[in-house]
Design a protein around this ligand. Sequence first.
Ligand code: ADP
Length: 753
Amino acid sequence: MTIYQAYPIISLAATVGYVLILLLSLIRKGQNAEQNRWLLLILAISIGWEFSLFFAASAGYAQLPTAVLLLSTAALTVLTSHYLEWRIPRLGLFLGGVAILASWVVTLLFPYRYILLPNNTPLPLSNSQLLTYATWFTLALLLLRKTWRDYKATGFPWHANRLLYWFVVLATIYLGELLQFFDLFALVIAGQIVRLLGIFGLRYGVTTFRIFDVRTRGLRSIAFLIVNTLSALPLIMIIIFILQFGNELTNNEFVTAVLITVVVTLGFFFYEPYRSVIERITYRYLRGEDLNTNQIVRNYSQAISRTLDVQQLSVLVVGTLSELLETNRGALLLLNRKTDDTEYELEPIPAMGMIPRELRPFNSNSLFIQTLMHENQPLLQYDLDFNPNYNQQLAEERAWLKEMAMEVYVPVGAAAEMEGLIAIGPKSSGVPYQESELELMQILADQTVVALQNARLYSELNGQNEHIRHLNTDLTEQNERLEIMDKVKSDFITIASHELRTPLTQVKGYSDILAAMNEENALTREQTKEIVGHINRATLQLETLITAMLDASQLDVDGMQLTFVKTRMDTIMRLSMEPMVQATRERRIAVSFDGVAELPPIYADFKRLVQAFTNLLGNAVKYTPDNGRIHIQAILLPSTTNDEFLEITINDTGIGIDPKYHDLIFEKFFRIGDPQLHSTGNTKFKGAGPGLGLPIAKGVIEAHGGRIWVESEGEDEQRLPGSKFHIILPINPPGAESKTAVETNGRPSYLIG
Ligand code: ADP
């Protein structure tokens, strides 16, 4: 039989094969509708191709089959792009289409044109054959190349497995097709069988969601072959030897027969141990050693029973698994339930590798969480990526999981009892996890449930303890504060009586003197003027004190009533500094300003701001020893919104303030030190005051919508660490509706010193 006689029979037989696969594919479909559709198309084209082979042989359309084959290659490309989730670039589609069309056109119009070689002999292939083969070859090569490259590039072993499987399938189909191009009987038959096998593999890939582990199965098959061949080899060799030289050695058929019997019997004795040695060696190199599950589980449970720390537990679980499975990435993900069970949250406790730490909320009906909870078996990242059911999973959840770059998630605990997940990265060898390994992971995860529950309870308890400790410290602080406030209250009586009594005594003393001298008619004009002067100063002091007390009490009653005007900070600072100019000169305190003049105009209650800054600058002078420095700096704070703020800092080189008083000094009547001391002047070093300056300043600044606070290392009269008061003020205070357009520059009459 010639090849041309054989063709129809071969193609009919192959057609039966393709029809069977087609029927099978119609009965059991894959999960992905798009892939199913393209698979059916490829099968239909394959049947068409077989028919074209059938007719080509008898009717002489020699080019027809190859032209049909191009269609199959095109469909295979589209199926591959669906299967491997590729996006074929438009240019690629266009070029491929043009190449196929061109080869068809040439085949139709000029089927028998040949290129002439320089010596005028035609090329053995016609132009149309050349173009068709070249198009087929290029398309096949490109597809194989991209699949192989992706296989090499992917970090996930199960993804790699899918790519490797597809590569093998594509290569088988193309090999089958290639063999057809040679007009040799044996090759054609072999090609048909190989292609049929390839197409069968294609169907398996499309209909089976998780494909078997190609590499491992390949290695196992090789191992099986090696073990059996090597096991049989010695026996075969001995038999050959005896057959060859037996008669020569013994010259007796009986002895030869005995010898064979002995050798065969001995062979049976040694066969078992010999085979097991070969098996052990081969499997060790090709398959890796089997895991001793019992031993591992026992050691693991012993180790975790001693752990009460979530982080330690994470390291232990991942450590054990990484040692066994040779991975270098893993974490424990705690499952936190929101109180009403409507949402979950995964909290990574990293153990190995760089793992994002941010918490991720998961929807209550997230398929990922639900599957793990209810199926209680490991879930592969591969499933998340290729199982169409997970397409409904929220994009952010999928992205977060992808970022985790794990190969498998193993639930710790089932259903409502699920405490978390063990997430394990891919093996460093790139081999996918085997069923037995996934089982082992689940066994270890099941062992972990109680330990994890305990560790979580323990850390919760620790957290609560910590909280109680904090509350205790807060309580102690509040207590101390209350004690101080209590003292401030009683100090107030002392301070107020001191403060009021001093000027009152002066007034009384001088008026007594005035009266007595007047009685004796001994008063000169000069004396009267001097005594009245003393009385005036004392009354002024009294008035200032009473005004301050009234201001302070106003803070409590109805806050501060402010009248906003457009004004400039440098005017305010100049006027606030005025009462201290004399004293700073006498005590040689250097005062410097920086940036105040550059500030834009602000809306503020001019009188109140001058009062606040007078108090602050007065304190800076009072608590800075002679020859000290006071530096006032102002900046406009950078702002992204419309609300602009300025910051003023008053930095002195004075005695400083103990951090424990940083809040208290803004309380009314609080002052550090002995309450028995009474006002000894507004500018003298450490001249005590009634403890109202800072509360009033704070009241004014806060009424403007600003803030004030102090920074200081502590109080030390030797080292002089200094204090730094920060004042933040809005340029346009929230309550400045009653702004007046009048700019205030001069010194107002109502200003008190
Ligand atoms: P006083 O009328 O006593 O100055 P303040 O309310 O102005 O009252 O200040 C309260 C306390 O804060 C003062 O008694 C003083 O101990 C402390 N204090 C205020 N400003 C400074 C400063 N610049 N350096 C050191 N201590 C200061």
